[in-house]
Design a protein around this ligand. Structure first.
Ligand SMILES: [Zn+2]
Length: 63
């Protein structure tokens, strides 16, 4: 079993542009959703947060 593989490593800087492509910073966009600090207000926001979580995990795996 690959016990070292975490489901979502997120050392992503809040000030960088969000990977979901919204144009906002990660800290003002999907960051709070990923940390469970708030819920998505719209279905689109939920879609974006899922996409960016996937994108972040991808970049973590690639390195
Ligand atoms: Zn986002």
């Amino acid at each position: 079993m690959p016990a070292l593989l975490l489901p979502m490593p997120l050392p992503y800087p809040s000030l960088k542009p969000c990977p979901c492509g919204s144009g906002r910073s990660y800290g003002a966009c999907c960051g709070p959703l990923h940390r469970g600090e708030r819920e998505a207000a719209t279905p689109e926001e939920l879609m974006r947060s899922r996409y960016s979580a996937y994108a972040l995990r991808d970049t973590a795996y690639v390195r």
